[in-house]
Write a protein that binds this ligand. Structure first.
Ligand code: NLE
Ligand code: FE2
Length: 294
């Protein structure tokens, strides 16, 4: 996903409707003209997309397909070892190709009978309220570019691998999509920016970076861990706190490296009860009360 407050490269829309992606200092693709041209082309296609259209077809290059293969091959065994059961069920149902970058529009067609979710292309920053609000309509804003080939194991930027391998496998399972939809409804219900920020932090520490205890150890269910072959090997060594709404909603995080603080649920049903229940019912007032308690 691509949301406010997270790492994102700003975009500039030119007079002819084309988009230029402003990669920042230190970005691995900054000195790679070919990569920058790809980023601009893919962002331009998203900027020209209109609601109701299928996501644009991207002519992925051999080099981009190769990055997809490298990451999927690396994650293949790691998911078996470190991903939670519900994610593995979604992955099996979704049946994602591991040998080429899939097109978002095909994935939306595959998700339709499973959960009804569909992808829509993001050129760049999607404001928080739009990003989450769309989830209430089973719409998931997603980027389509591929991370730079020099950093296959981890990128702070949400790329198509994150959107599809991380989120897509969860968008294929109703136990997850109920949570996404509840987060979307919460984002539409709350009025203040403070309450929206709290909702988004709970999202960050759960659907993006959540972990859950299973009988054979701690497993990941957050898309940000599940799309990173590097971070997925490290999350068990981070500071693991118990699932706590007030703590999650008020803890700051740094998006540019592996998450050092993670919140562990005792079971998937605790996530459904506590986090899903929170998003189902939260209001500006109930969130203000949680912040006082934090
Ligand atoms: N760090 C993740 C990855 O490398 O796939 C992306 C996280 C986006 C929030
Ligand atoms: Fe994400």
């Amino acid at each position: 996903m691509f949301e406010e407050g997270q790492y994102f490269a700003p975009i500039v829309t030119k007079g002819d409707g084309s988009v230029s992606v402003q990669l920042g200092e230190g970005h691995p693709g900054l000195e790679d003209p070919e990569y920058r041209e790809r980023r601009d082309r893919i962002a331009t296609a998203a900027a020209q997309w209109r609601p109701g259209d299928p996501a644009p077809l991207i002519d992925y290059t051999d080099a981009e397909h190769e990055v997809w293969r490298v990451v999927c091959a690396d994650l293949h065994e790691k998911h078996r070892e470190y991903a939670c059961r519900e994610y593995l069920d979604g992955k099996e149902a979704f049946g994602l190709a591991e040998d080429h970058v899939p097109q978002l529009h095909e994935l939306s067609e595959a998700l339709a009978p499973l959960t009804g979710f569909a992808y829509q292309p993001a050129a760049g920053l999607v404001p928080l309220r739009d990003f989450y609000g769309a989830l209430a309509d089973k719409r998931f804003w997603a980027t389509q570019y591929v991370r730079h080939h020099s950093v296959p194991l981890y990128t702070p930027e949400p790329d198509v691998l994150h959107e599809v391998v991380g989120h897509g496998n969860t968008l294929a399972d109703r136990r997850f999509t109920d949570l996404y939809e509840a987060a979307g409804a919460a984002a539409r219900r709350v009025e203040s920016d403070e309450a929206l920020e709290f909702v988004s932090k709970v999202f960050w520490f759960t659907l993006e970076f959540g972990v859950v205890h299973e009988s054979d150890g701690l497993k990941a269910y957050g898309a940000g861990i599940l799309s990173s072959p590097g971070e997925i090997e490290e999350f068990r060594h981070m500071a693991i706190r118990p699932l706590d709404l007030a703590d999650m909603g008020t803890t700051d995080y740094d998006i540019t490296h592996y998450q050092e603080v993670l919140f562990a649920a005792s079971s998937f049903s605790q996530i459904q009860d506590v986090v899903g229940g929170f998003w189902d019912t939260c209001t500006d007032d109930s969130i203000a009360a949680l912040k006082v308690a934090a």
